[in-house]
Design a protein around this ligand. Structure first.
Ligand code: PMP
Length: 364
C-alpha cells in the first residue's frame, strides 16, 4: 500500500501491511473451490425462507442474543444454550474470540497447514502466530503442539478438525487429552464435522472443560454459506465475555430465522452430509488412481474435499489454470490443489477433465 498519500498515512502499519482479499473465481461451470454444499436448497426450505421474507418485520432490530436460533442449535447438537454464542459465520465468531481472548503480543499456536483465518484474526488483535508442523499425512503432532503451547506467552491454540485444507481427522481421545494437558484456551473448529464418519467430535465437552471452545457453522453441510451463521460453544464465562465484545445486532433477523428453519431439517442434512462424505472418499480413490501420472500425493479425506500435494508446485498451478480454462474451479494452494466434492455429475466432469489434462500432458 502506498503510504505517501495523506489518507494512506492515517492507516496504522499493521493494517497497511495486510494484503487484499482475493475472492475465488465464481463465474464457472463447476465450482469446487470453497468446500460448500453443492446441492440446491430443498424446495420446502426455500419456501419457508420466502415466507420469512414476507412476514419478518425488517424495520425492527434483530434479537441481539439470537435466542431462538441458539435454542434450536443447542437442541440439535445436544449442548446447553447458555454455552453458545452466534455470529455472522464462524469467521465472525473466531474474530470475536480473538478480540476477547488475545492482547498485544499474544502468541497463538496453530498446526500448519490449517485454515488461514486463524493467523489473520490473531494478527488483527496484535497477536503472533507460532506454528507446529503437521505430519506428511496431515496429522497434528499433539506432543509437539503441547510443547509449543506450554512455553512462553501462548494465549490460545487453534486448529480445525477435520482439518481444512488437509482433510485429516484427529481422534476425539487425542484432542481431549491435549486440551486437558494445556492451560490456555483451545479452539477446535468442527466446521466440517457433519461429513466425517470417525469418532472425532469434542463438542459435548465444550464448556465442561473450561479451556475448550468448539466452533460450528451452517455454511458447510447446512448449505447456508451465503447467509453467514456460525456458533461457538464454550464455558459460560467465555460466552458472556464474547457477548459483551460483539456488536449488539451482529446477526441479522433474516439469517437468524433462516438458521432456525435450516436446523429444523437437521436429520435430512446429516444424512446428506454422510453421503457427501462417502462421495468424497470415492473421488479420493479415483484421484489416487491418477496420482503417479499427475505427480501428486492425495491425502485421505475426512470431510468434503480432497487435498492433492504436488512435489512440483508449478504443476499444481498449471493444472489449476487448465481446469479453470475448462470451466472448473478448484482451490490452488502452495504446492497443492484442494478439490471440493460436488454433485455426482460435477465430480464425473472433474475427473474426466482431470484425466484428459494429465493424459495430454500438462505444461508445468
Ligand atoms: N473454519 C473452517 C475450517 C473453514 O474452512 C471455514 C470456511 N472455509 C470457516 C471456519 C468459516 O466459515 P463460515 O464463516 O462460513 O462459517
Amino acid at each position: 500500500m502506498n503510504r505517501e498519500t495523506p489518507a494512506a498515512s492515517f492507516i496504522p502499519e499493521r493494517i497497511a501491511n495486510l494484503e487484499d482479499y482475493v475472492p475465488v473465481e465464481t463465474d464457472v461451470k463447476v465450482k469446487l473451490d470453497a468446500n460448500e454444499n453443492p446441492y440446491p436448497m430443498p424446495e420446502p426450505l426455500r419456501a419457508q425462507l420466502a415466507e420469512l421474507a414476507r412476514s419478518l418485520d425488517f424495520a425492527r432490530y434483530p434479537d441481539p442474543y439470537a435466542r431462538e436460533l441458539i435454542g434450536k442449535f443447542a437442541e440439535v447438537y445436544g449442548v446447553r444454550p447458555e454455552r453458545v454464542v452466534a455470529g455472522c459465520g464462524s469467521d465472525e465468531v473466531l474474530h470475536l474470540l480473538c478480540q476477547t481472548l488475545l492482547c498485544e503480543g499474544a502468541e497463538v499456536v496453530t498446526a500448519l497447514p490449517d485454515f488461514s483465518m486463524y493467523a489473520f484474526y490473531a494478527y488483527l488483535e496484535g497477536g503472533r502466530q507460532v506454528t507446529a508442523k503437521r505430519g506428511a499425512d496431515g496429522q497434528i503432532d499433539f506432543g509437539e503442539l503441547k510443547r509449543i503451547a506450554s512455553s512462553g506467552d501462548c494465549r490460545c491454540v487453534m486448529f480445525s478438525n477435520p482439518c481444512n485444507p488437509t482433510g485429516a481427522v484427529a481422534p476425539r481421545d487425542a484432542v481431549l487429552e491435549f486440551v486437558r494437558s494445556v492451560s490456555c484456551p483451545v479452539i477446535v473448529d468442527e466446521a466440517y464435522g457433519e461429513f466425517c464418519t470417525s469418532d472425532f467430535s469434542v463438542l459435548d465437552m465444550a464448556g465442561s472443560l473450561p479451556n475448550l471452545i468448539v466452533l460450528k457453522t451452517l455454511s458447510k453441510a447446512f448449505g447456508l454459506a451465503g447467509l453467514r451463521v456460525g456458533f461457538a460453544v464454550a464455558c459460560e464465562d467465555i460466552v458472556r465475555a464474547v457477548k459483551r465484545v460483539k456488536s449488539p445486532y451482529n446477526l441479522n433477523s433474516f439469517s437468524q430465522a433462516a438458521g432456525v428453519a435450516a436446523l429444523g431439517r437437521a436429520d435430512e442434512v446429516f444424512a446428506q452430509a454422510k453421503v457427501i462424505g462417502e462421495m468424497t472418499k470415492a473421488m479420493y480413490s479415483a484421484l489416487a488412481g491418477l496420482a503417479e501420472l499427475g505427480g501428486y500425493e492425495p491425502v485421505e479425506p475426512g470431510a468434503n474435499f480432497v487435498l492433492l500435494k504436488f512435489g512440483d508446485g508449478s504443476r499444481a498451478q498449471s493444472l489449476h489454470a487448465e481446469l479453470l480454462r475448462r470451466g472448473i474451479s478448484v482451490r490452488l494452494m502452495p504446492g497443492a490443489l484442494r478439490i471440493t466434492c460436488g454433485t455426482r455429475e460435477e465430480n464425473r466432469l472433474l475427473l474426466q477433465e482431470f484425466e484428459d489434462i494429465l493424459k495430454d500432458g500438462i505444461k508445468a
